[in-house]
Write a protein that binds this ligand. Sequence first.
Ligand code: FES
Length: 115
Amino acid sequence: MALVTFTSPEFRDKTVYATAGSHTQTVLKLARENKIQINFECEDGECGTCAVKVSSLDSKGRMGGPLTEKEKTVLRETGKISKEEMEQMIVDDLPSPWRLACQMIVRDEDIRVEY
Ligand code: FES
């Protein structure tokens, strides 16, 4: 089980359980199941509408699976992450603070998702 805390300036924080290890449950799917209103359009990693800021709330510090190719492209194009920051994250094997909620698979870790 993982705990995912959704936080937004417009709504109260909401912490929900995620079934870790399903390898299919995205942050967006989890949000929708729990009536958390993250904006989205394509649900296919193309538009960037669902970009969220993710941080670790436990000591594992991994924050989901690695960025997908679609996430890398969209997050760069929308200016969330610069080319240099992206390269540095890859070199240092660091997790990305920005993710696409429709692409990020929930893992067995406690995270905060700002939307
Ligand atoms: S909804 Fe379009 S990129 Fe996630």
